[in-house]
Design a protein around this ligand. Structure first.
Ligand code: KIV
Ligand code: ZN
Length: 535
């Protein structure tokens, strides 16, 4: 395309759509907005905010994200159907840069068995859908689902038609993660040399990771001429996930000598973005995960440490600071003032507003009374655990728990309800202190729930370490995650439960309020999208 930097690769982030579809990664609307703002600060070019037709929740999130961010394009996915395109446009129309992302499968396998239509019928649907989408929105992307198993000649006809109808981005997904880097190169080269009007569109890659080749395939696509890549933070997504944003971006940056491409990603924000995703979803980052895992920059072996001391280039191909891993000497403790505390937060890459800083500082001081050494992990927990007071329906006031090996555990918990000064108190017993505490919470909120998962981990190695508890609770409306941190593991358990309870109850409040839009939503329309609301 004319006037664009030929070596610039556009980053299309689909953490909030393809990523969020994966079991265990669902987020509520506030969490998605927070994540979208983080992605904006990270520098992604396009945020795929959701699949508007799939549910009222998705529609509302796409709509909210559209006005929550300014610089990036905001896209919503749509099948090649008028009602999907209407929903997608309805949800993104207030974005500064809206995009409708239309898709239809083009491989014979999908046409024959899933869609039960011929190639010609599919071509007609694509023509109608892209033309209609383009009549609503000037930025339309078309994806040939299962492109890597699509006949090349037919693919060229589809791409040409979609561009003629107004699509300015053509996405060639490796939907089932089946392809290899040389095949991707061949496919993109074929499209570049056989599609008459290809100079009017940007080619995009969207690679799934079923064979662990998503990043390699994505980069291969770029080398062959793709200039948009669709990826997710930490590679989350359907089945084995999508190409990991941080890996694609850092491969291009670290090996710019080989590839010669660049992105607009502020790489120093990568770590913070990955941590926000992890703390939001409650899914831990594997320690050996490339770029963002705890061990990615750790050097344990003597030989490595010796080499590192002589010259860090011996074993370090990227500077930890370049992805936001900062090792500072600024140690905090009970004598640290707000100035040192805010400097530390700044060094760790957090930008905290003045009002939040005061709250955080008082939480920090309380922690200093309980714990001698405050580690970076403790500070991260303080920042990441801040629950928005507006989302806090129930908050912990006080608790007393009795437990022992010759008695039934009992708990007495007092909770405060938002908007009232009244204290609600209940007593319950159980086979253990956590069980008894959760029973108390359940009695106070008068809303039964089941505990699906409970994980307790120490944040640091020291004896006075804080415990971090992740829970998953469920009721008939779905599964909700919660997280709590405290030097007292029972308190951490109650806090994590309340965190999940607040999400559950606010979801009920939302669904009681009904949908703002007059349309029917479809949860079960795609095989791979069916379990989305279940988790
Ligand atoms: O994997 C895929 O093919 C997709 C499309 C809907 C873009 O996610
Ligand atoms: Zn996908």
């Amino acid at each position: 395309m004319e006037g664009i930097d030929k070596n610039r690769v556009y980053i299309f982030d689909t953490t909030l759509r393809d990523g969020e579809q994966a079991p265990g990664y669902s987020m509520n609307i506030e969490e998605k907005i927070r994540m979208a703002k983080m992605l904006e600060s990270l520098g992604v070019d396009i945020i795929e905010a959701g699949f508007a037709i799939s549910s009222p929740g998705d529609y509302a999130s796409v709509e909210a994200i559209s006005t929550a961010v300014e610089r990036p394009v905001v896209a919503s996915l749509a099948r090649a159907l008028k009602k999907d395109i209407d929903a997608a446009y309805g949800a993104v129309r207030n974005a500064k840069h809206p995009r409708i992302h239309v898709f239809l499968a083009t491989s014979d396998l999908h046409l024959e068995y899933k869609l039960k239509i011929t190639r010609e019928e599919a071509l007609k649907r694509i023509e109608e859908a892209v033309t209609y989408a383009r009549s609503l929105c000037s930025d339309v992307e078309f994806s040939l689902e299962d492109a890597t198993r699509t006949d090349y000649e037919y693919m060229a006809r589809v791409v040409e038609k979609a561009i003629d109808c107004g699509a300015s981005t053509i996405n060639l997904p490796d939907t089932v993660g089946y392809s290899t880097p040389d095949e991707i190169k061949e496919m993109v080269s074929y499209v570049k040399s056989h599609v008459r009007n290809i100079d009017k569109a940007i080619i995009s890659m969207h690679c799934h990771n079923d064979l662990g080749l998503a990043v390699a395939n994505t980069i291969s696509g770029i080398e062959a001429g793709a200039r948009q890549v669709e990826c997710t933070l930490c590679g989350i997504g359907e089945r084995a996930g999508n190409a990991a944003l941080e890996e694609v971006v850092m491969a291009l940056k670290t090996r710019s000598d080989k590839f010669g491409f660049h992105t607009a990603i502020r790489t120093e924000e990568i770590m913070k973005s990955a941590r926000l995703l992890s703390s939001t979803t409650g899914v831990r980052i594997s320690p050996s995960k490339a770029i963002v895992g705890d061990n990615a920059f750790a050097h344990e072996s003597g030989i490595h440490q010796h080499g590192m001391m002589a010259n860090s280039m011996t074993y370090e191909i990227m500077k930890p600071e370049s992805v936001g891993v900062i090792k500072t000497n600024l140690v905090l403790g009970k004598h640290s003032g707000i100035h040192a505390f805010s400097k530390k937060l700044e060094e760790m890459g957090y930008q905290i507003s003045k009002e939040h800083m005061d709250d955080l500082f008082s939480a920090f001081k309380k922690l200093c009374d309980k714990k001698k050494n405050i580690s970076e992990r403790d500070i991260m927990a303080l920042v990441e655990n801040r629950e928005n007071p507006d989302e806090q329906i129930w908050a912990l006031d006080s608790f007393v728990v009795n437990s022992g090996n010759r008695m039934t555990s009992t708990a007495c918990i007092s909770l405060k309800k938002s908007g009232s000064d009244k204290i609600y108190q209940e007593v319950a017993s159980g086979t253990g202190p956590v069980y008894a505490s959760l029973r108390c919470v359940e009695k106070i909120i008068k809303h039964p729930f089941s505990l699906e998962e409970y994980q307790l981990e120490a944040l640091t190695e020291d004896r006075d370490a804080q415990g971090e508890v992740f829970v998953k609770i469920s009721d008939r409306s779905g599964v909700y995650r919660g997280r709590g941190v405290s030097t007292d593991v029972i308190e951490a358990s109650i806090l994590s439960c309340l965190n999940a309870v607040n999400k559950m109850l606010s979801n009920h409040a939302l669904s009681d309020g009904g949908s703002a839009v007059n349309m029917s939503f479809e949860n079960d329309m795609l095989l791979e999208h069916t379990d989305k609301r279940g988790i």
